[in-house]
Design a protein around this ligand. Structure first.
Ligand code: ZN
Length: 393
């Protein structure tokens, strides 16, 4: 990006020939990759594929920030590590694997991970930051530090069978994470840190997309996902893109930002804790964050005047099947329709499998809606447990 082009040796020209053959990349683009410095946060499910592709692509300097050690249950999806690495620091295992993949890449381990104390200086030393962390506290810290350091942040996240990718880049006029979700959810109200399941190959899809976005930012090709949230539903095999704009009231990238430094107290509220076994279905208030389809139907049947199911799937999906009486508002229209939604009713949010609707539920809670719950498993669970005759897809 900013560094001068790096001359490539004959061995490197041969190694990267399939990149160089692409007109949009060529020798110049490959030199930009060789001069680039990318920081990957988290050597886990997303960081593994992202770092492997970035190393193979010839990114000159690859930083890996992770404070954790390899555990056996990581190996289902964290392809940087293998059996022999169990118990070792993840950064050590990552450095070994990335060097083996491409000896031309300088891999810099940051074994302390990203902290409030080191984030700004760490980010300032890189051109692009790839966020592969799995908890809200870290995501807000990474977002705020990237905005303050003026670095683009390639965001990725996964939950069960759904994932999302976007690029936060206020320095280039784009929005940030807090433009989407101004404040973190209440601690323990959303699963993180491994207690929710995730399909391993889904991490491969999302982490690879993150690597791809980083490569586009470095080489200046294509359209980065600035102001666009790409969501992926692995069960239905659907991608969709939601547009979102910078919020002028955003506390970190808005017109009059109030967040100018990294205050440790800001990142404790949503710290990654191990919740009680039933924490997933019990939030701090009496309205649970999530309800099973049976619970959701029971609530609606008990008080249909004050309960409304909002189906956030796309129109083509609601053509296939829908719950009678549900209000249909596609997810991408939620931000503009938020002021029209009733605050005196219990909103039950539904999608196909429960991932998109959980994000809408979090979005509405962040905007002050307290009586809003996600319907776990979505209409697919409804079709299996409530209306067996309903068409599935
Ligand atoms: Zn913002």
């Amino acid at each position: 990006m900013s560094a001068p082009p790096t001359a490539l040796s004959p061995a490197e020209l041969a190694r990267y020939s399939r990149h160089i053959l692409l007109d949009q990349i060529g020798v110049t683009g490959q030199q930009k990759l060789a001069a680039a410095r990318v920081l990957v946060i988290g050597a886990g499910g997303l960081g593994s594929p992202a770092a492997l592709y970035l190393a193979a692509a010839g990114v000159g300097t690859l930083g890996i920030a992770d404070f954790d050690r390899v555990a056996d249950h990581n190996l289902q999806r964290q392809l940087l590590h293998d059996n022999a690495a169990i118990g070792q620091p993840k950064v050590e295992s990552a450095v070994r694997r990335l060097h083996a993949t491409n000896p031309f890449v300088t891999v810099v381990p940051h074994a302390e991970g990203v902290t409030v104390a080191n984030a700004l200086a760490l980010f300032a030393g890189y051109d692009v930051v790839v966020d592969g962390t799995d908890n809200f506290s870290a995501r807000y810290l990474n977002n705020d530090a990237a905005v303050l350091a003026g670095r683009p942040l390639v965001h990725g996240s996964v939950f069960k069978f759904e994932g999302q990718v976007t690029v936060f880049d206020p320095a280039a006029g784009g929005p940030c994470y807090r433009c989407l979700f101004p404040e973190p959810p209440v601690a323990g109200s959303v699963p993180g840190c491994g207690e929710a399941g995730v399909l391993g190959a889904l991490c491969g899809v999302i982490g690879s997309l993150q690597a791809l976005e980083a490569i586009k930012l470095i080489t200046g090709i294509g359209e980065p996902l600035r102001g666009r949230l790409l969501t992926y539903d692995a069960l239905g095999q659907h991608f969709q893109t939601l547009q979102f704009a910078r919020d002028p009231r955003c506390p970190v990238c808005g017109d009059t930002p109030t967040l100018r430094t990294l205050d440790p107290s800001r990142y404790e509220a949503a710290a990654c804790t191990t919740p009680a076994p039933n924490a997933f279905t019990m939030s701090s208030s009496e309205i649970p964050l999530e309800l099973s389809v049976t619970e959701a139907k029971a609530r609606r049947d008990a008080d249909s005047a004050h309960t409304v199911i909002i189906d956030v799937r796309e129109p083509y999906e609601t053509e296939i099947c829908r719950v009678a009486g549900a209000e249909l508002i596609p997810m991408r229209q939620i931000p503009e329709r938020v002021d029209t939604l009733p605050r005196d009713k219990h909103l039950l949010i539904m999608c196909h499998a429960g991932g998109r609707s959980l994000r809408v539920t979090e979005f509405l809670r962040a905007r002050g809606f307290t009586a809003v719950s996600n319907i776990a498993g979505g209409i697919d669970a409804w079709a299996q447990e409530i209306e067996p005759g309903m068409r599935r897809y």
